[in-house]
Every structure is written in structure tokens, then in C-alpha cells.
Write a protein that binds this ligand. Structure first.
Ligand SMILES: C[S@@+](CC[C@H](N)C(=O)[O-])C[C@H]1O[C@@H](n2cnc3c(N)ncnc32)[C@H](O)[C@@H]1O
Length: 215
């Protein structure tokens, strides 16, 4: 199932704030070095949207679950105000080594803290206080229900959580698909829609982007 007409994809990207040269080079390296995994990287229009949300909310403390090669982290980090900080979590030494290289080039290394290890554990080790202004959840899909609860407990009232891939290429409405990822995404989508602690909207941006505001 196609969420957005493929012919419209380039048009959408061309009509959002563009990725600069460094981000374009990172995307090209992802395509070259990781052709099977490159789909994990967010698209430039998603990056522009994330940066937009960070700037609009004045977020100073941001958490990212799922770093990969650091593309989304650059969009977020650049939008932070002076003194703002991004904590980003991943389990892959290899992919995050690429991220560190590009963060240096983008001059955002001083505002990013990479925490290597299982993200559920990393989140649980953060103070269980409402101190996070904005979070971006984009790691293994089976982990989303846990990431959602751990992040929500730490999100300040009026803080935002953005979750990627919440349409799973449309498989959320294909009853014949019972893969662990689709089941987990259906579970979290239903839980968010019914969650009285938040307001939310599931946007059909790329593979589905859910934006949640903590009441
Ligand atoms: C979709 S990619 C992140 C893409 C990134 N946000 C970007 O736009 O470039 C998902 C990442 O989650 C990481 N991951 C998978 N399982 C994880 C876990 N249990 N804890 C932490 N990270 C995990 C993978 O190593 C991978 O880099």
C-alpha cells in the first residue's frame, strides 16, 4: 500500500526547507554504504518538520530513541537554542560512528550526547521527572509501547513526543499482517488514541508520523 503517491514524494521534499550539503552527503553515504538500511533514515521533509517543532516549542532538552547515522539528530541539534541538549540512544557502534563523524562536520557535537545500549534501559536510567521538552521515537518498532511509557513519564506537561513509522507502509490496516512490528505499532497507535493523558494526531507524512502533546 502506498501512503503518499510516489510521484508526489520529490515534490513534497522540494517544497520544504532543504537539507544542506552536509545532510545531503550523509544521506548519500547512507545510500552507498547501507543500501538495505537507508530507509531507516528520516526524509528531508521530516527533518525540516522536526527542526520546526524544536524551534516552535523552544525545546531545550530533547531525547531521541534511534540514532542510526545521525541524520535526524543533526536536524534536531541545529534547531536547539544556545545551551540546549539532545540525548540520543542507539545500540549500534558502527552506525553511530558514522553519526559522530557527521556531527563533527555539522558542528553540533557539543550539544549531542550519545548513549549506547538498549534504549529501554537507557530511558529507565534517566531521572523519572518531567524534564524532557521534546522526544523523537524512531527505533525498533516492537519497543515502541515501552519507549512511549518511559518517555511520557519524563515529558513535561505540554511537551511533545513524535513517533515515526506509525503507518508501517499501510500494514496497520492489513489484517493479514501479524508481524511483531505491525502488532506493536497497532498496539501503540490504539493506546495513544485512547490515552487521556495526551492529545495526538497521526500525520500521513512519509511512513506515518504521530505527534503527541502531554496534557
Ligand atoms: C530507524 S533507525 C533510526 C533513524 C534515525 N532516526 C535517522 O533518521 O537517521 C533505528 C535505529 O534504532 C536502533 N535500535 C534498534 N533497536 C534498538 C534498541 N533496542 N535500543 C536502542 N536502539 C535500537 C538501530 O540500531 C537503528 O540505528
Amino acid at each position: 500500500m502506498t501512503i503518499v503517491n510516489p510521484e508526489l514524494r520529490p515534490y513534497l521534499i522540494e517544497h520544504a526547507t532543504p537539507a544542506d550539503e552536509i545532510l545531503q552527503e550523509l544521506a548519500a553515504e547512507n545510500r552507498r554504504a547501507y543500501p538495505r538500511d537507508v530507509r531507516m533514515q528520516i526524509t528531508p521533509d521530516q527533518g525540516a518538520f522536526l527542526a520546526f517543532l524544536v524551534r516552535l516549542t523552544g525545546a531545550r532538552t530533547v531525547v531521541e530513541v534511534g540514532t542510526f547515522t545521525g541524520y535526524s539528530a543533526i536536524w534536531i541539534a541545529r534547531a536547539l537554542p544556545e545551551g540546549g541538549r539532545l540525548v540520543t540512544c542507539d545500540i549500534s557502534e558502527e552506525w553511530t560512528a558514522v553519526a559522530r563523524r557527521y556531527w563533527e562536520r555539522a558542528e553540533v557535537t557539543d550539544r549531542i550526547e550519545l548513549r549506547l545500549g538498549d534504549a529501554a534501559q537507557t530511558l529507565r536510567e534517566m531521572p523519572r521527572e518531567e524534564h524532557v521538552d521534546l522526544a523523537f521515537v524512531d527505533a525498533d518498532k516492537v519497543g515502541y509501547p515501552v519507549y512511549y511509557e518511559e518517555v511520557l513519564a519524563r515529558l513535561r506537561p505540554n511537551g511533545l513526543m513524535v513517533l515515526d513509522n506509525t503507518l508501517q507502509r499501510g500494514l496497520v490496516v492489513d489484517a493479514s499482517d501479524t508481524s511483531p512490528s505491525t502488532l506493536a505499532i497497532r498496539e501503540i497507535n490504539d493506546a495513544i488514541a485512547a490515552d487521556k493523558r495526551v492529545e495526538s494526531v497521526l500525520l500521513s507524512v512519509y511512513d506515518g508520523l504521530t505527534v503527541v502533546r502531554k496534557r
